[in-house]
Design a protein around this ligand. Structure first.
Ligand code: GDP
Ligand code: K
Ligand code: MG
Length: 298
């Protein structure tokens, strides 16, 4: 790659939970690397999705929602999403067009005032609103920050996403292609596998299981040319939660395993044998030492 005009940079995705950050990333990358769900805060670590063309490369950082911390985990999540902002070349602040600007948005805006990089306001879910409503939302935000640009999109349907990328690329510095073009994420496989299992738990158990669930990947081994053996432990805080996840006669755990396995097979392109265990560790979220062993690192 010896194009002197090649552009590249790191771009952070910021926004309240459920505004559609993961969906947008997936739309851009075209592959399931981030977690989508209706449950707030399923994305706990930074995930980098990498978008590469002949002219530019954008390395996306999907940050956890910025919110007021209540536990050590919350505190960690907040610090990691803020520190990400110092390292990036641009910030995408994503909002949901169907919602009015609220306290959570103002909280983020206050923090973004300290950021010197270009900040784009991405108004998502425009497929759900009338143009008049879109104008009203723009009005609510227009004086909140010095926006580099205001870009309405539908992450789900893809409307205006290509145009959004073009605008971001225009402002990126010239620089190298950091990653090979066939790479979409630099995360270790085990992180993505753990997130896929977590996603199934949230989808299937809904409100019954709060966010006190961690997934620890004990091993990923290649059995033979076509089969991968994965062993994972689901860590919960209370015996009742363990009961819900296992379900009557183990039915729930079986369902979680089966759906997760299908996704993992799609991701890895091989047959997967997935072994799931459930373990209770009381108050794991408040213990810094256990946080580290479950893969949350600075
Ligand atoms: P995140 O928490 O910001 O990462 O949000 P997600 O990407 O997980 O999306 C939350 C929910 O909003 C999911 O049910 C998505 O399908 C939905 N969603 C995301 N983008 C759009 C969009 O452009 N239009 C519509 N109608 N729904 C969307
Ligand atoms: K979410
Ligand atoms: Mg997300």
């Amino acid at each position: 790659m010896d194009n002197p005009n090649y552009k590249s940079g790191f771009v952070a995705l910021i926004g309240r939970p459920n505004v559609g950050k993961s969906t947008l990333l997936n739309q851009v990358i075209g592959q399931k690397v981030a977690i989508m769900s209706n449950v707030a805060q399923t994305t706990r670590n930074k995930i980098q999705g990498i978008y590469t063309t002949d002219e530019a490369q954008i390395v996306f950082i999907d940050t956890p929602g910025i919110h007021k911390p209540q536990t050590k985990l919350g505190d960690f999540m907040e610090r990691s999403s803020l520190s990400a902002l110092d390292e990036v070349d641009a910030v995408l602040f994503v909002i949901n067009a169907t919602e009015n600007k609220g306290a959570g948005d103002n909280f983020i805006i206050e923090r973004l005032k300290r950021v010197h990089q270009p900040i784009y306001l991405i108004i998502n879910k425009i497929d759900q609103v009338h143009p008049d409503r879109l104008l009203a939302v723009m009005d609510q935000y227009k004086d909140s920050l010095k926006w580099e640009q205001v870009l309405p999109v539908s992450a789900l349907q893809g409307n205006n996403v290509r145009e959004m990328l073009q605008e971001i690329v225009k402002k990126l510095p010239t620089g190298p292609q950091y990653y090979p073009e066939d790479q979409v994420s630099d995360h270790p496989e085990r992180f993505v596998v753990a997130e896929l299992i977590r996603e199934k738990i949230f989808q299937l158990t809904r409100d019954e299981i709060p966010h006190s669930v961690a997934v620890d990947i004990e091993q990923i081994n290649r059995e033979d040319e076509k089969t991968i053996h994965i062993a994972a432990t689901i860590v919960v805080e209370r015996p009742t939660q363990k009961g819900i996840i296992i379900g009557k006669g183990g039915q729930m755990l079986k369902k979680i395993g089966s759906l997760a396995r299908q996704d993992i097979e799609r991701l890895m392109g091989d047959k997967v044998y997935l072994e799931l265990w459930v373990k209770v560790v009381e108050h794991w979220r408040d213990k810094s030492s256990t946080l580290k062993s479950y893969g949350y690192r600075k």
